[in-house]
Design a protein around this ligand. Structure first.
Ligand SMILES: [Zn+2]
Length: 773
């Protein structure tokens, strides 16, 4: 910020802005004539004018007093009955644009009868927000949740003198709600992920188009374009230059970074990209998102010398950056220190125009990174010290949600402040806290985004008052119950060595016991009762309760889909159905996302739809036929396929190939409603397509007990005993229990010969019959 002019913004107070008693400077007072005027100098940047609008808007909400906005103090229109104005006509809030505190810092100074807000282009706006938050009690807890108290008087201490500068130059998050421009600005977030406009003072820095902060090698050296003619441009893996199946689409390969042609092509593409977007400032030249670094002798020698795979990366990126500097001396080249390149190289140093982005992806997030004894954390502490010795532009990419299950509990909040203190102590300047960028309402997600913003500004802000403020503000009258849930979750014991809190922890991992979620359901029910007449808080409570329901849905026994019981009333499954229905119904209105990965998100949705729509029978039943469509087929397309067949129960069959003899068709007894301690008989309807030249097993089938690690009965059927069409085969009679499953596979053929006695085996249905009374 090279500002030489000072822009003035004044509030000329008709009734207020006078010292109230000895200790206060009053800005507005309820019931007094709306005589004050906010003044913004002509030519002030849009963010100062917006600061005035925000001040006007919230002062009115706080006190009912509408301040007027004018071009400068001289143009102030006296109110009707101007005698009151005459008494305080020289008083003003002066907001001055200055580079004294950087672009984001500010200083609030009371000089009765004046108040000064001095700051940078974003700092002036942040200074106004500080006034409204700290002295007005305004709280911005989500883009849809602002709390504005009703005040008799909006005042600041008469001796106010508060200078603030942020701990981090860039404060960025991808928590979806906190990327919405107005809300992001109120949280003092200034990263390019937020949709910040000119009125917010814009973003602090920007990555070039197609040159974002991660995984740009596949754009800069396209496998699709080059691999066929130049496989040597790409990583050697186990002695071969191989193009993995998905490489063209997902960048599942890496360049060979010691190949001079690769350097030439990448450099030329980087220069083109800068030319296309020269004002961006930062350009990512970074590894793709996989572990397939090049193992060719030249690359391996560099990495060995540097004692890290970052050796080849940094030497390569330095060479690109050296060439870039000749054409664009101010451009910064950013690269990842991620997974295999996280450890800094031993010898090579970063060029002054290279920015490293260090990523914490492997770590334990239950405790601060420098506190957890988990191995990856201990190494991370070493790595960050190594990088920070080389640069004053360290960019830190931190992970703050469960990316496999956004809604599942992710108890990392107690680590967030410690982490930001640790990053500050290690000279991190650019901070990115990755969150639920594709949906809202992850477990305590709004709280996490809010706390991260507060602590990215000031890691020393004490936790306890922040938590109190958020819970009261966001949940209203439900705050005590929401807090009970939070305190319960954060008092669960966890051993950081054996129970790492990883960002892909599956919902079925019982490190957080199911009993907690059962209790949580109770807290949220009480919470819902407390805010049933407050739609805004009721929505916040509903969203939080869905997070608990999501986990319970994947922890509780599913509704049984096969019924062969005389006591259907014992197989309710109703909770799962209720949760599935609620989650599906809320998905669009609340913008829920179940997983970051689109395929996984879709799979969750489809499972919920299946559970939600299932209609449970009520009549007792002693016999059931189960079509093949209800059975699982392992490795479809490899071990077998589902095929149309009109000679079956539901028009389809599972056709098993003759290339293996694995147990590939399966029905879990946990999906069957049966009566315990009663014997059942199972038989299977199968068609064997024989190979006329061979003799041997056609198929084998049985029931296996996983916990007991033993079979409950099985058959092996010889090909020569089978007819041409479908036939029924008795499998066994046994007492079912959960943990068992029915299985079937093509017949075993002699090892090493590789051809079985059959061409294929077709499975139509099972029949399960209750035995005895
Ligand atoms: Zn190589």
């Amino acid at each position: 910020m090279k500002s030489t002019r000072l822009f003035l913004l004044s509030v000329v107070a008709g009734c207020g802005l006078v010292a109230h008693g000895a200790a206060e400077l009053v800005l507005a007072e309820r019931g007094k004539p709306a005589a004050s005027t906010i003044v913004v100098a002509d030519g002030a940047p849009p963010s100062l004018k917006y600061a005035a609008e925000e001040l006007q808007r919230y002062v009115k909400e706080l006190t009912g007093v509408e301040l007027r906005v004018a071009a400068d103090a001289i143009n102030c229109v006296p109110p009707a009955g101007g005698s009151q104005l005459a008494a305080t006509a020289t008083a003003a809030i002066r907001i001055e644009l200055t580079d004294e505190f950087g672009t984001d810092g500010f200083r609030l100074t009371a000089r009765p009868p004046d108040l000064l807000v001095r700051g940078g282009v974003r700092g002036c706006l942040y200074g106004v927000y500080e006034l409204l938050e700290t002295y007005g009690g305004v709280g911005w807890f989500a883009s849809w949740r602002t709390v504005v108290p009703k005040l008799e008087r909006f005042a600041v201490p008469a001796n106010l003198d508060d200078e603030q500068r942020p701990a981090f130059k860039m404060r960025m998050t991808s928590w979806l709600d906190a990327t919405r421009g107005d809300f992001a600005a109120r949280l003092r977030l200034n990263g390019a992920r937020a949709h910040l406009e000119e009125k917010h003072g814009g973003a602090v820095c920007r990555f070039g188009k197609r040159m974002g902060s991660c995984h740009t090698f596949s754009f800069l050296l396209s496998p699709k374009k080059y691999f066929a003619e130049h496989p040597e441009y790409f990583a050697m893996r186990d002695g071969k230059r191989e193009l993995p199946e998905k490489a063209a689409r997902w960048g599942y390969t890496q360049p060979c970074l010691t190949n001079p042609d690769v350097l030439r092509i990448v450099t030329s593409n980087v220069l083109e990209a800068i030319k296309a977007d020269p004002t961006a400032g930062i350009y990512g030249v970074s590894q793709n998102d996989n572990q397939r670094y090049c193992q060719c002798p030249a690359c391996a020698a560099v990495d060995e010398e540097e004692e890290s795979h970052a050796g080849t990366v940094v030497r390569f990126v330095n060479a690109v950056a050296e060439e870039v500097e000749k054409h664009y001396p101010d451009a910064i080249i950013e690269t990842l220190a991620y997974q295999y390149s996280r450890k800094p190289p031993k010898k090579t140093r970063l060029r002054h125009n290279v920015m490293p982005c260090l990523c914490s992806i492997e770590c334990d997030f239950h405790k601060p990174l420098d506190v957890s004894p988990y191995k990856s954390n201990v190494e991370f502490v070493e790595d960050i010290r190594g990088w920070t010795r080389q640069t004053d532009m360290l960019y830190l990419w931190d992970y703050t949600t469960n990316f496999r299950n956004y809604l599942h509990a992710f108890p990392n909040i107690m680590a967030l402040q410690g982490n930001l203190k640790f990053f500050r102590a290690n000279n991190v300047k650019y901070m990115f806290e990755q969150g639920d960028s594709l949906g809202l309402h992850a477990d305590f997600g709004e709280l996490r985004a809010w706390l991260l913003a507060k602590w990215m500004w000031n890691p020393d802000a004490p936790m306890a008052p922040l938590l109190d403020r958020f819970f009261k503000g966001y949940y209203g009258a439900a705050a005590p119950y929401a807090r009970q849930c939070f305190d319960d979750l954060y008092s669960l014991p966890r051993d950081s060595v054996t129970q790492r809190l990883g960002i892909f922890e599956p919902v079925t991992n019982t490190n957080i016991p199911t009993a907690f979620f059962e209790r949580a359901e109770g807290y949220w029910q009480s919470a819902a009762e407390a805010v049933k007449d407050d739609p805004e808080c009721a929505k916040n409570v509903e969203a939080a309760s869905l997070s608990t329901m999501f986990t319970l849905l994947y922890r509780l026994p599913r509704p049984r889909t096969v019924w062969v019981t005389r006591h259907p009333e014992k197989f309710d499954g109703g909770r799962c159905r209720t949760y599935a229905k609620k989650l599906l119904a809320a998905r669009k209105p609340l913008n829920l996302r179940f997983a970051e990965n689109p395929d996984r998100d879709k799979a969750f949705r489809e499972e919920m739809e299946e559970v939600a729509k299932f209609v449970m029978p009520t009549a007792p039943c002693d016999r059931v036929e189960v079509p093949s469509s209800r059975m699982r087929l392992a490795v479809p397309g490899v071990r077998g396929d589902r095929v149309k067949d009109s000679d079956t129960l539901d028009g389809s069959a599972i056709k098993l190939f003759n290339t293996h003899y694995e147990w590939s068709v399966r029905l879990d007894l946990a999906s069957v409603a049966y009566d315990p301690d009663v014997k059942y008989k199972v038989r299977v309807r199968v068609r064997v397509e024989k190979d006329s030249a061979a003799k041997g097993e056609a198929f084998w089938a049985g029931v296996y007990d996983t916990p007991a690690k033993k079979g409950c009965g099985s058959i092996s059927v010889k090909a020569e005993k089978c007819g041409d069409g479908y036939a029924w085969y008795d499998v066994c009679t046994w007492k079912p229990r959960d943990g068992q499953y029915f299985w079937l596979g093509p017949g075993r053929f002699k090892k090493g010969v590789g051809v079985s006695a059959i061409k294929s085996v077709w499975v139509d249905r099972l029949e399960i019959v209750r035995q005895g009374d």
